[in-house]
Design a protein around this ligand. Structure first.
Ligand code: PMP
Length: 360
């Protein structure tokens, strides 16, 4: 069967070139007679693969030497706990900006470990934007300030890096990391699951400034302790080796595309095309305030929700899958991460227009 356009929010579509390379190297990685899946994580070959991926990340994001790059397990969800467990040190308060479902999940997990100061909350506008920064209420006793740079479900994205007033800034970038240039210097810690813009599920990237790797609370489980992972080059225990390798292939692809500046331009073009199609129709709509619309996840609803299943079925027949909105919000959602080609967006827009002509 021909490959379909996969609009899944994650695990998401991979660059075709990456899938092809995995296929070519699967049985025998670069002539060493075994697959990456079978290699010892401490062997020469895998050590090379691991170091290469870290170097790629450092180069692409221009990460200063004062930051550690960690490859962990447990998904971004584990980071919801690891961030407070590691960064609170002797403080009792952490600050969070709440812009939707994933912020809420991060907040609810952190509440188990500390008091939470909500800096700003977009709940009163149904999480359809980002509260005016002039109104944010900072708490200088906070160990860190956390925000979700892209809300994967609501389709709300920060178009700016928020001011943290000297408090270490922490960001969940699971669904928009590597989608545009980034000034890592502004952050204390960045984390992201791989399964959207970096590869496959099962590996999580953490970029953390050295000075934040202080003594964590005494009862922290060893596998949750950043310092232990940092001291062991993320090989404190067996890492998800294959996932780490696939990440490296995705970075090769990003470099071949031309790096983050080109990626950013392509992502903007795709998003503009899709939002323009939605806005120019009375059949489709997106509720998010234009300034905060996500370039990665585009939720939209049909004027007649009775047509939802027909839309999904016909999209499937036309070679497009995973357009169903998140179960908590319904409607549709097109995730158009880095690996979604412009062609995929064009095919979707043509399909949407044709569907509207027939049923609108
Ligand atoms: N944060 C964001 C922004 C996400 O989109 C997701 C997953 N969709 C998560 C956290 C949770 O990631 P995981 O399932 O890998 O734990």
């Amino acid at each position: 069967m021909a490959r379909v356009f996969n609009f899944s929010a994650g695990p998401a579509t991979l660059p075709q070139a990456v899938v092809q390379r995995v296929k070519e190297e699967l049985q025998d990685w670069q002539g060493c007679g075994l697959s990456v899946m079978e290699m010892s994580h401490r062997g020469k070959e895998f050590t090379e693969i691991a170091a290469k991926a870290e170097n790629d990340i450092r180069n692409i994001l221009q990460i200063p030497d004062s930051y550690r790059v960690l490859f962990l397990q447990g998904g971004a969800s584990a980071q919801f706990a690891m961030v407070p467990l590691n960064l609170l040190a002797n403080r009792r308060i952490a600050s969070y900006v709440c812009t939707g479902s994933w912020s809420e999940k991060a907040i609810n997990e952190a509440k188990r470990f500390c008091d939470i100061n909500i800096v700003a909350n977009s709940a009163n506008c149904d999480h359809q934007g980002i509260p005016d920064v002039a109104q944010w209420s900072y708490d200088s006793d906070s160990a860190y300030l956390h925000y979700t740079s892209n809300e994967t479900i609501g389709g709300v994205e920060f178009p700016f890096i928020p001011e943290s007033n000297g408090i270490p800034l922490v960001s969940d970038m699971s669904s928009n990391i590597f989608s545009r240039s980034l000034d890592v210097n502004k952050f204390g810690l960045i984390y992201a699951g791989a399964q959207k813009n970096m590869g496959i599920a099962g590996i999580t990237l953490v970029i953390v400034r050295d000075d934040l790797l202080q003594e964590p609370r005494g009862d922290i489980p060893s596998t949750f302790d950043y310092r232990k992972h940092a001291a062991n080059n993320s090989m404190f225990n067996t890492p998800p080796t294959f996932n780490w390798y696939v990440m490296g292939l995705v970075f090769d692809w990003i470099r071949e595309i031309g790096g983050l500046e080109v990626m950013e331009r392509l992502n903007q073009e795709k998003a503009d095309t899709l939002y323009q199609a939605i806005d120019s129709s009375s059949f489709y709509s997106n509720p998010v305030m234009p300034a905060y619309r996500s370039r990665m996840n585009v939720p939209f609803i049909l004027a007649d929700t009775g047509l939802d299943s027909k839309f999904l079925l016909e999209a499937r027949v036309s070679g497009m899958v995973e357009l169903k909105g998140h179960r908590s919000v319904g409607g549709m959602r097109a995730s158009i991460y880095n690996a979604m080609p412009m062609d995929g967006v064009n095919v979707l827009v043509e399909f949407m227009q044709e569907f509207e002509r027939r049923y609108g």
